[in-house]
Design a protein around this ligand. Sequence first.
Ligand SMILES: Nc1ncnc2c1ncn2[C@@H]1O[C@H](COP(=O)(O)OP(=O)(O)OP(=O)(O)O)[C@@H](O)[C@H]1O
Length: 625
Amino acid sequence: MTALVGLVWRRAGRWLRILSLLRYVPPATLAMALLLNVLLGLLPIGFVVAMSVLLQRVPAAIGGDPAAWTALLAVLAVAGAAFGLQQTLAPFQAAAGELVMRHVDGRCRVLLMRAALVDAPAMALDDPELLDDVNAAREAFDRASASPGDAAAGAVALVARYTQLVGAVVLVGITLSPLAAVVIGVTAVVIRFGQRGSLGKFGDFYDGLAGERRKVSYVKALASGPQAAKEIRLLGLVDWLRDRHRRDDLGYLRTMWRGRRALLGPPFLWLSAAGLVGATVVFLLLAGHGGLSLLELGIALQSVLILMRFGVYFPECDVQTQYGSLAYEALLAFRDKGRSLRPLESGLSLPADGLPQRSIRFHDVGFRYRPDGREVLAGLDLEVPAGTSLAVVGLNGAGKTTLVKLLTRLYDPTSGRISVDGHDLRDIEPGDWHRRLAVIFQDYVRYELSFADNIALGAPEFDASDEELLAAARRAGAAEMLGSMPGGPRTVLSRQYEGGRDLSGGQWQRVALARALHAVNAGASVMVLDEPTAQLDVRAEVEFFDRFLDITRGLTTVIISHRFSTVRRADQIVVLEHGRVAERGTHDQLLAAGGRYATLFRLQAERFTDETATPVLESTMDEVS
Ligand SMILES: Nc1ncnc2c1ncn2[C@@H]1O[C@H](COP(=O)(O)OP(=O)(O)OP(=O)(O)O)[C@@H](O)[C@H]1O
């Protein structure tokens, strides 16, 4: 009993959630969709009545009575109109459903975007359970499965089916008997709920396979997308990928088929049997009635047939409402779980205007990505005086990028705190703080947009002129490449668009630098550069550092680099090791101290003079450790 109540409660909740989506549809569109569906539910009932009247009038007409012929033709016209109107309205019903779907999906896409980029902290996107949810929602919007909009449109389409059900029950009640109406109505509803119940169980089972589906889609995307195409060809991975895809896909499909057989097969047989019993009872009642007219018999028989159609799946609503509601639930789960992972707000929301005036400080900061993970930063103490530059060097995995993620508040410290001019960073309004930052991450985004837009996105709220964007490009050494672009700053930075251009890694890095410089023009005062010259050639790197002081003048700069030539001009250099500062000082102080930095610098310098491979810190670090 408790299980049944639980089931009804869950189902009611699911339907309420689907119905709540209709608030995203403009009232006029919704009213039109509902009206069309009510009409399409009533028209078959009208057709049944008209055909039965027609049947009743045939004997009189063929008896030679001209008035009966006229009446027969009038009824035929009504039946024809009911049928014709059904056919005419069906495409409008589909179009109205499409409109409902588009309105709902449009709003849900924004909801997903907000959930991923605003509600959830960055760490939520490291959680595999949350990734399954976000993937389920994204799959739906990519039309790989039913979307929330499909669920809403499916719910509206159900109105036609249930209008028909009520109409047919009423007809059976009037023509046959109230008992027959109850029997047939209950049978139809039981079969309907049974079928939907097993579809629901299968839906939950399908939901549980989200992780498997993610694996299959990843391999599919890898094999068909352009990103990995070069490496796949060169490494000869085509056969491996094909086998891997076949194995994963078949493994997933076999599990799904097994579940589908087990969950849908037996209920289908039982429910069909129940339908047969209900129909037999009604036909027995029909046979025992005796005094039915031809009209009543015609109406009763056709109504019973309409009701029996409730025993099959409805192609326009069932899969849509079932899987579309799962996609919506996944979206809501992602949003709610993401919100629950948000660090507790301090309650303060200080403006970041003018910060930092004195310094940014890391106070005994500790950090782990997951509660059960290793400590990536441990007891990190660091001060960056405002208006100065700090360079951070360290082995791969030492925690340099993590430090940047904390400084930019994508994550908060697990212990300790970061302060800006004495204010805890958590007390400063995050959006405001972000506008004070100009950041280039190691994996900065290469937007498939125009050259100008790629730069303008450094400060989207700032209405920059082309001249301002070009000034940022010139300072970053990115303006030269415009000479070879037919569309100038409007050239899309991807060959996949007409007139578009692909850029080399180094050229992209200059565009990213221009984006950061544009953010500075728009008011940012803290510049964070994670490996800003990794992809620049030697000449470009020298140029960059010749201009480094000019570019960063007056700014508080944090620069991460494996190249010592890059960091030597920084006001302060720290060597990060095991999540804490191992050495600090200026380039000259660190060289004079003769410690780790000095050893590494000399090793790299020797490499330069030997004109061997590009000197990289990690290889030299490995040699001394
Ligand atoms: N999202 C994440 N979830 C879990 N662990 C992570 C995540 N990102 C980084 N790590 C781990 O944190 C450690 C520090 O990574 P981080 O990227 O900060 O190092 P890094 O010093 O910048 O390295 P590199 O020089 O290679 O860029 C590494 O062990 C890495 O595996």
